[in-house]
Write a protein that binds this ligand. Structure first.
Ligand SMILES: Nc1nc2c(ncn2[C@@H]2O[C@H](COP(=O)(O)OP(=O)(O)O)[C@@H](O)[C@H]2O)c(=O)[nH]1
Ligand SMILES: [Mg+2]
Length: 282
């Protein structure tokens, strides 16, 4: 017999998805036009659906901008009791930066087995339910796949500095009682492009220059960023006054010129935007 309209499970999923869409458009102020994803659902609907099928939500934020990298929609959908917030990339914080409070500070780069244990224990302590099916949620490039690999002690998920690498659902078995998966990076559609670039959530190529000027200016205003930039590029910025001059100093030090002997500011811009991903402040 051919059933019309699909199974009741499918209908339930659709209902949830519709609820999810309404909720996101309200919260995010986003109107229509979603990126369509698998099974005809947009990414927020897919996320909602995946959250329904998980019993623990691990939200990954950036330790350098904890509040700016929270996914508030997912937080609201999640049962607070079954949610853990992990502030990743804590290794990039400068030494005077206070460790973010109320979240678990981590570095996926930390090879010490105790770091892995700390994350594992925190996840296992969230609920008594077994097996735990933990969903890792967060901005693109925040380190979801890296943390999953840390737990798995192998390259189970693809890691890349390019935002948007994780495409499809893949559950990774960590132990008899823990399975984890990540969902591709999410962020509010209405967020400004410059902020998304700053947070590493958006890749830039040809328009790197536009962002690099602003970042250059930011470097001049922050003691830690200035020190970091001077060290990274082996440049002196004491007499440098503008973002453009930061780029020129970098190009000069690296010997980047274009035909005619002019400094290659575009090359410096691309380099600085790449380097931003490892800056001590974002
Ligand atoms: N320094 C540092 N880099 C990290 C950390 N976690 C991830 N990364 C880097 O950030 C980039 C994105 O990581 P990935 O795990 O692919 O992020 P995803 O998009 O959230 O899955 C990669 O270049 C990683 O090497 C961390 O804790 N510290
Ligand atoms: Mg990933």
């Amino acid at each position: 017999m051919v059933r019309k309209g699909g199974s009741s499970r499918a209908r339930m999923q659709k209902k949830h998805a519709q609820k999810a869409e309404k909720a996101t458009s309200r919260q995010q102020g986003a109107i229509g036009r979603w990126h369509s994803a698998g099974r005809g659902m947009n990414k927020w609907q897919e996320l909602y659906d995946l959250m329904q099928r998980s019993n623990v939500i691990v939200e990954i934020v950036d330790a350098r901008d904890v509040d700016g990298t929270r996914v508030l929609t997912a937080e609201r959908w999640a049962d607070k009791k079954s949610m853990l917030i992990v502030a990743n990339k804590a290794d990039l914080l400068h030494k005077d930066a206070p460790l973010p409070r109320g979240v678990l500070a981590m570095s996926a780069m930390n090879k010490d087995p105790r770091a892995r244990e700390k994350l594992l224990d925190a996840i296992m302590a969230i609920t008594a339910i077994r097996p735990i099916k933990a969903l890792f949620v967060g901005y693109p490039n925040i380190g979801k796949s890296s943390l999953i690999n840390m737990l798995a002690k192998r390259r189970a998920a693809r890691v890349s500095p390019i935002a948007g690498t994780t495409k499809s659902e893949q559950w990774v078995t960590i132990s008899d009682t823990l399975m984890v998966t990540d969902y591709r990076g999410v962020y509010p559609e209405m967020e400004a492009k410059a902020d998304l670039v700053r947070k590493g959530a958006l890749n830039v190529q040809s328009d790197a220059e536009a962002y690099a000027y602003g970042f250059g200016e930011k470097i001049l205003k922050s003691k830690h960023l200035r020190e970091w930039c001077e060290k990274r590029y082996d440049v002196k910025l004491e007499h440098v006054k503008t973002g453009e001059e930061v780029l020129l100093a970098i190009a000069k030090r690296r010997g980047w010129f274009i035909k005619g002997g002019e400094l290659n500011i575009a090359e410096a811009a691309r380099s600085l935007v790449r380097a931003m991903k490892e800056a001590p402040e974002i």
